[in-house]
Design a protein around this ligand. Structure first.
Ligand code: ZN
Length: 424
């Protein structure tokens, strides 16, 4: 048994507290032999952040589509490069992304990309907790058999779970699937108790496309008819929902929405009308809301501190109400709400919860004055102030230890892959 005692930590409310980490889990009390004591005087200790929607390995394409229309950037540059990407490239992209993720205080990701085995290997090596796609389900765009591959991966999931790597069913979007594909997803989700993670209502045209393809059904109606909304279901973006949709989703206790404010704004997903995901309405009807960066093409950053600030500012701007999405709620989006969506016991310093946390020096420039840490974390914070990041009690990042050799080797491999894909 491994037991560590952490003393004199400062909580987000400014109180001093001690805690134990017993075999990777938090404990407030422990009687018996402690292996090591760590003094955290003058350190803020807060839960690790949860990035509930990303395509982390796409950091390979960061900058490829900046300041371009979707057609110019994605169709012209990103997708052709992506089609030439090798499994080794994906690995290099993920390896680099895990550095950015852990060094900015994120301890869990919900990821949607290709080559699960490769990504799982990288996540295991880094220690990051990860919910990974069991395989793309995009049959209208990439026709072909996908079920056997996914089924084979499901059969191997047990070997990953001790490293906190989980498989997730990822139908791409309502417009890129047939109705029977979605029904299959719902069935498999029930049979193997799997989460479902999907892009929903990201762009305006999706609704017309969905109606034309599915006998007049709108995206939420289609999803409901296929049964996926009764599964643990994580919907990313949701820019184009009506008030009736939010109300309907409020009665679906397993549904969570991932707000991706930076991506939605950068890609102009709200179109001419400047439509946005409505935090106000989702909250009004009791939908669980979490937060995601999306991939690095549409965000250029995997730093969840930025995302908390942008989400809070966008909600205030949109409603004209400075009280909308206060700092505590922004922090909840990136912690406890993400944990709820992903069905993991984390983000609280409670007995038996995963010991996923970060340490920030209370003398850091960005955290002054010291007596209002929550405000600084959300409105003035940055992942660069994180001193150390722990997942399941293991310290996976320490800013004070300069492992330059390891970083340079990861960065070199990553830059070579990204440069080759850019030059294609
Ligand atoms: Zn996405």
């Amino acid at each position: 048994m491994s037991v560590l005692k952490y003393k004199n930590a400062t909580s987000i409310d400014g109180n001093s507290f001690d805690f134990f980490v017993v075999d990777g889990k938090f404990s407030n009390e422990f009687e018996g032999q402690v292996n090591q004591q760590v003094d955290l005087s003058n350190k803020l200790v807060i839960p690790g952040l949860i990035n509930s929607h990303t395509h982390a390995a796409m950091t390979l394409f960061k900058g490829f589509a900046d300041d371009l229309t979707f057609k110019e950037g994605w169709e012209g540059k990103v997708w052709p490069a992506e089609s030439k990407m090798s499994p080794e490239d994906v690995e290099a992209g993920m390896r680099f992304a895990t550095q950015e993720i852990l060094s900015t205080g994120t301890t869990t990701i919900n990821d949607m990309y290709f080559h699960m085995e490769r990504l799982a290997g990288v996540c295991k090596q880094s220690g990051l907790a990860a919910h990974l796609s069991l395989g793309p389900i995009i049959p209208k765009i990439f026709p072909g058999e996908y079920k056997t591959k996914i089924q084979n991966r499901i059969n191997l999931l047990e070997q990953y779970s001790q490293d906190r790597i989980y498989g997730v069913l990822t139908p791409h979007a309502p417009y890129s699937l047939h109705r029977d594909d979605l029904e299959w997803v719902a069935e498999v989700s029930i049979k193997h108790d799997l989460l479902v993670h999907m892009h929903v209502a990201e762009n305006m045209w999706e609704e017309d496309q969905c109606k034309a393809d599915h006998d007049g059904l709108r995206p939420i109606e289609l999803l409901d008819k296929t049964g996926v909304l009764d599964r643990p279901f994580i919907m990313a973006h949701c820019v184009w929902l009506s008030e009736a949709d939010y109300e309907f989703l409020g009665d679906k206790p397993n549904v969570s929405i991932v707000h991706c404010p930076s991506s939605n704004m950068k890609l102009c997903s709200g179109g001419d009308q400047k439509q946005s995901f409505s935090y106000e309405l989702a909250k009004k009807y009791g939908v669980n809301i979490c937060l995601g960066t999306d991939g690095s093409v549409s965000n250029n950053s995997l730093d969840m501190f930025e995302e908390m600030k942008i989400a809070a500012l966008l909600a205030k701007h949109q409603t004209g109400d400075p009280k909308c999405l206060p700092a505590q709620e922004a922090f909840d989006l990136a912690t406890i709400n993400g944990a709820k969506a992903l069905r993991q016991q984390s983000s609280k310093f409670e007995d038996g919860y995963e010991a996923d946390f970060m340490v920030i020096d209370l003398d850091h420039l960005l955290i002054q004055p010291k007596h209002l840490p929550l405000s600084h974390l959300v409105y003035g914070g940055s992942g660069h102030m994180v001193e150390a990041t722990y997942v399941s009690g293991r310290k996976l990042f320490d800013r004070n230890i300069k492992n330059q050799e390891k970083y340079l080797s990861i960065s070199k491999e990553f830059n070579q892959a990204s440069r080759r894909l850019w030059d294609l």
